[in-house]
Design a protein around this ligand. Sequence first.
Ligand SMILES: [Zn+2]
Length: 330
Amino acid sequence: MKKYSLVIVVLVFVFVLASCGDKKQKEESTQVNYSKVEIPAFSADSAYAYVKNQCDFGSRVPESKAHKQCGDYLVSFLKQYADTVIEQNFTTKLYNGKAVKGRNIIASFNLASTDRAMFASHWDSRAWADNDPDANNHKTPILGANDGASGVGVLMEMARCLKLKPQKIGVDIVFFDVEDQGCPEWDKSDITDQSDWCLGAQYWSTHTHVPFYQANYGVLLDMVGYSNPRFAKESQSMNYASSIMDKIWKIAADRGFGNMFVNENTGGVMDDHVYVNKDAKIPMIDIVNHDPTTSFFPYWHTVKDDINCISKNTLKAVGEVCLVAIYSAS
Ligand SMILES: [Zn+2]
């Protein structure tokens, strides 16, 4: 994922349209008190273990042995809980033109429902610690405990919860591959449109796992495990799906997580949700640790993005907020 600054008039137009269409939902979401919505107990210990399990494979760089092993682990894990699990294999091209194989993984719950919500995260980890303070590490792959494994760990625990208590809406959990292999800082290639990021999401958004797939909304989780997180209202999410953002932030406030989900706007980031919004036309927000004055989190794209970054409390807060969004749907 990459910081992003996109100021396009078209987005303002999209924003206006989205605002009109979602007015009813917005009014409803600000009136509901989400503190009493009953959800299955989200185990922070389990979510943490799932993050650690991914890291224990090593760096999940596409086409590496650890990547293959972790992908197989995620598929077999999800098959225990979901109605269906689809593996979407694809070939894409990295920033330098090199072809690379990827695998998106999609787990679906309550397939009979056409009223669906989508929750996603990327499961690959970056091939280079190009933001590390030590230049000797700039070509070392990262473990991506927070940048990758945290969102996946939360969604894995959510999958276990979804099996425990039926839900009225259908839910799809999507693990995107090849999100974080954009041009490294030390390479001077100039990819001005940042199309070298989010390659799995780009593929999925133009080749959804089932034809004509639609969801009412989507929530992307990225870097959702740091001990002192700051989830602000990211501008791409606000442009495309402000009513979803307001609802999720209201849920967080009602559940006592307003210290993490701050009521502040922040700049845009290039992340998987941009393509889901733009190409798949599903309004999707990004819950992402983003502090405009520093960075995404102190160890972003460094060799220190390991299990020591991860807080069980943060994983639990994010998981509970997502589960309330699902179980409050009528
Ligand atoms: Zn990243």
